[in-house]
Design a protein around this ligand. Structure first.
Ligand code: GRF
Length: 194
C-alpha cells in the first residue's frame, strides 16, 4: 500500500476525491496525513475521514527556509511514499524538493508547459486559448517545470468565465489525479518486486 501525504491550501476537492477513492480496499494508496500552510477549508475532509492533519504557517517563521524545514519534518514524520501538492499555493524551496525527489508531485490546471504559475486558468482565457486542461507532474526546483506524468485536455467554451472553466477543469483533474496515483502505486509495487 502506497502511503500518501497530501498538501493543500484551499477547498480540497482533489483531496476529497483521493480520500473517497482510498475507501475502496482495492485502491492501492492510503492518505496518511494532510498538511496545509493555513487553516484551509479542505482540512475538514481529512478530519471527516479521520486522517491526521497539520498546519505550518509561514508567518510564524523568521524565514522561508525555516518554514519549509518544519513543513518537511511534518511530512517526513508520516514516512510517505508519495507527497501530493493538490492546490498547495506556495513555492517550495530547493532543499524541500531535493529531500523528496521522485516522490513529490503536483497537479496544475493547464496543459503544461503552457500557462505555468498561480493564475493558469485566467492566463489561458486571456491568451484566447481554445483548449486547456490539467497536468500532473513531478516537482523540480522550477515553478511547474518538472517532468510531466499525465495530462488531460478540455475545450474552452465560448465566453466561459474563469470560475466556470476552473470548475470543469477540476472535474477532470480529480479523476486524473486518482488514476495517476493508482498507476504510481502499481509501478512502485512492480519495482519493489523486481
Ligand atoms: C486545482 O485546480 C489545482 O490544480 C490548483 O488549485 C485547485 C485546487 O482545487 N492549483 P481544490 O482545493 O482541490 O478544490
Amino acid at each position: 500500500m502506497l502511503s500518501v501525504v497530501v498538501l493543500i491550501s484551499g477547498s480540497g476537492s482533489n483531496l476529497l476525491a483521493l480520500l473517497k477513492a482510498s475507501e475502496n480496499p482495492l485502491y492501492p494508496a492510503k492518505i496518511v496525513a494532510v498538511g496545509s500552510d493555513k487553516d484551509a477549508p479542505g482540512l475538514e475532509h481529512a478530519e471527516l475521514y479521520d486522517v491526521d492533519t497539520f498546519i505550518v504557517e509561514p508567518e510564524r517563521f523568521s524565514s522561508k527556509q525555516a518554514w519549509a524545514e518544519k513543513l518537511l519534518a511534518n511530512v517526513q514524520h508520516h514516512q510517505p511514499d508519495l507527497v501530493v501538492l493538490a492546490g498547495f499555493m506556495r513555492i517550495l524551496p530547493a532543499d524541500f524538493v531535493a529531500a523528496l525527489r521522485g516522490k513529490l508531485i503536483n497537479t496544475h490546471p493547464s496543459l503544461l508547459p503552457d500557462f505555468k504559475g498561480a493564475h493558469a486558468v485566467r492566463d489561458a482565457l486571456a491568451a484566447g486559448a481554445t483548449t486547456t486542461g490539467v497536468t500532473i507532474h513531478f516537482v523540480d526546483e522550477g515553478v511547474d517545470t518538472g517532468e510531466i506524468i499525465a495530462q488531460s485536455k478540455l475545450d474552452i467554451l465560448p465566453k466561459e468565465s474563469e470560475h466556470a472553466l476552473h470548475e470543469r477543469i477540476k472535474e477532470i483533474e480529480r479523476s486524473l489525479l486518482v488514476r495517476t496515483i493508482e498507476e504510481f502505486a502499481i509501478k512502485q509495487k512492480d519495482l519493489a518486486k523486481a
